[in-house]
Design a protein around this ligand. Structure first.
Ligand code: CTP
Ligand code: MN
Length: 575
């Protein structure tokens, strides 16, 4: 993406209007001069929490946290790649995307990988038909031919160079196989097939492209599963096995069940529960959750009933917590010891399995259940500890009905009044009024000057032009980033927030920027410039302090020259 000239992207973002772009796709209502609201297209909700700011050219959902500029919106809403998005936007405003050599190279890197994984999947599928042993195994696991086909199951023959011979005719194709993770390079420079004598589970992305494989050994052996390594088209922490099939099977997903294994997903589908996904041998990540919330607002996590299952459930809880809101239903189901969803659904059938699902622990119940496991409510001390512990989590929730409910429940359990508790959370009666701010409001006096300056600059890039004095030298972690932001804002006089963010696409500061951009400030628009200049003065003061500290330290260690001494006196006097 670096290969589309940056100036072109800035120009494009200048010409496109985010509000036009979104209102062509969603009903959107004007709330104030620059602010529009809609029901979020990226998660299910009934009351609008998706805000679009025209001046900033930035959108943010207070519910699920999705955010970005026009490019992000189109990428997510229309499921387009970056280059495709740029092309679409350019067409809309009648611009031609300047093509560079480099960009064509880039485009070529992933397309051949998708092609080779698709070919490999077809090859494995054909091999399955020829392997009675593999077919028997699947039958013995209770899978029908139809379901095997629906999931594209295959078989990798017990040979070292099958794929290699089939598709690795040229050096270039050998390279593709390697890059797609289908072969492994030998010390001496040759290659061999990664998957041998295994049942093959192709892993699809949302759009149905095959991005990797899981390979299960037939019967016993180690390792039971072998998975594709991370490749340019496959990132484990982001993908969900079965999501593609769930989307295919349901026009609208009322809920999604998250299980652990490939076989669980397939067995559930076979028994008519066609809304199951599995993480790929990893714990649930925020990324997974984001994906899921795009399609449904009810998620049921399914775990083993043992200690490990409980721990995994709590980890999932911690991932959900920051994204939790009133419209979301999150449940936790624990399986009987010795069962996994595969065996349970096979034994009990769809109806009884779904009955169990409906008895899953709610978010609230699971939370207290877990907290109470280590609590001692018989003593006052124990109750105080329990309360403090629980509050750590409850405070992380956005103010709203759910938080209220948890607080009430906590009060009941800890035998104190709800009022006492609410004081502790800094919680007042008019919660709903604050809900939209998602607990992120800050007042200028409660933050550091650098943070405030960062927030204001990102939200009002034009402020960069109001700094008349040279910026101080300051050693703080985020300061070089601030300087860089100022520089870019100065170089681009009409930059919006959305435009500014574009400079950091896919870079490590991207997240921080989004947070700064969506921070709710309680500063009236008219006071923004003053606050910003005030923050800059604060930075200058901090720089002064740093110099003083350094000189004092030096004085203590090695003494100061006369010149330094008078400089120090002056600095302290200035303060
Ligand atoms: N897994 C893995 N590597 C392993 C073991 C497990 O990647 N060596 C991942 C796989 O995604 C697997 C999931 O963890 O599907 C759950 O593991 P497990 O419950 O052991 O496998 P099942 O899917 O239940 O497979 P089976 O029923 O065939 O034993
Ligand atoms: Mn299993």
């Amino acid at each position: 993406m670096d290969h589309i000239p940056r100036e072109f992207i800035s120009l494009l973002l200048d010409k496109v209007d985010l509000v036009d772009l979104i209102s062509a796709r969603l009903p959107i209502k004007k709330k104030s001069a620059n602010n529009f609201f809609a029901c979020c297209p990226f998660h299910n909700e009934k009351t609008p929490s998706f805000s679009v700011n025209q001046a900033k050219q930035f959108y943010y959902c207070f519910g699920c946290g999705e955010h970005g500029n026009a490019i992000d919106f189109l990428m997510k809403y229309d499921h387009l790649g970056f280059v495709e998005t740029i092309e679409t936007l350019a067409r809309q405003v009648g611009l031609e995307v300047p093509r560079t050599q480099h960009q064509e190279d880039k485009q070529d890197t992933t397309a051949p990988l998708y092609a080779i994984t698709a070919e490999a999947a077809a090859f494995y599928q054909a091999q399955l038909k020829k392997s009675p042993r593999a077919i028997d195994y699947l039958k013995q696991r209770g899978l029908s031919g139809t379901i095997a086909k629906q999931f594209g199951l295959g078989y990798a023959p017990a040979q070292w160079e099958q794929l290699l011979q089939q598709f690795g005719d040229t050096a270039q194709n050998k390279q593709k196989l390697l890059q797609a993770g289908l072969t492994i390079k030998k010390e001496d420079g040759g290659y061999y097939d990664r998957f041998r004598d295994r049942i093959m589970f192709p892993i699809h992305d949302r759009r149905g492209r095959i991005i990797g494989f899981g390979g299960r050994i037939i019967d016993q052996g180690e390792p039971k599963y072998l998975n594709s390594p991370e490749t340019p088209i496959f990132q484990k922490g982001q993908e969900l096995y079965g999501l593609y099939q769930s989307l295919q099977a349901n026009r609208k997903l009322n809920r999604l069940l998250v299980v652990e294994g490939y076989m669980d997903v397939i067995a559930l589908f076979q028994h008519g529960i066609n809304y199951a996904v599995a993480t790929l041998g990893t714990a649930t990540t925020p990324h997974h959750l984001h994906q899921l919330l795009r399609y449904t607002n009810e998620i049921i996590f399914c775990f083993d009933g043992d200690e490990a299952g409980r721990r995994a459930a709590w980890r999932a809880f911690e991932v959900v917590l920051p994204m939790m809101h009133d419209e979301l239903q999150i449940k936790f189901m624990f399986l009987p010891e010795g069962d996994d969803p595969d065996t349970l659904v096979a034994r009990e059938g769809k109806e009884r399995f779904e009955e169990q699902l409906s008895k899953a622990l709610t978010f609230t119940n699971f939370f207290f259940h877990h907290q109470l496991q280590q609590a001692d409510l018989s003593s006052m001390d124990g109750r105080a500890r329990f309360t403090a512990q629980a509050l750590v989590y409850i405070k992380q929730l956005a103010p709203g009905v759910l938080q209220e409910m948890l607080l009430d429940e906590l009060a009941k359990k800890a035998r104190i009044t709800a009022e006492q508790l609410k004081q502790q959370t800094g919680h007042t009666q008019s919660v709903s009024a604050k809900r939209i701010a998602n607990g992120r409001q800050i007042k200028s006096q409660t933050t550091t000057p650098l943070r405030l300056a960062l927030i204001l600059l990102v939200q009002h890039p034009e402020l960069a032009h109001h700094i008349s004095e040279p910026l101080p030298e300051l050693s703080l972690p985020a300061y070089p980033f601030f300087i860089k932001l100022i520089e870019i804002c100065r170089q681009h006089p009409h930059l919006t927030t959305g435009g500014l963010l574009e400079f950091w696409r896919e870079q490590k500061e991207e997240k921080l920027l989004a947070k700064l951009a969506s921070w709710e400030l309680v500063i009236p628009e008219t006071g923004v410039k003053e606050e910003f200049l005030g923050a800059i003065r604060g930075l200058t003061r901090s720089a002064h302090d740093q110099v003083i500290q350094r000189m004092l330290a030096k004085a203590a260690q090695q003494g100061l020259s006369d010149e330094e001494k008078s400089q120090l006196t002056q600095l302290i006097a200035d303060k």
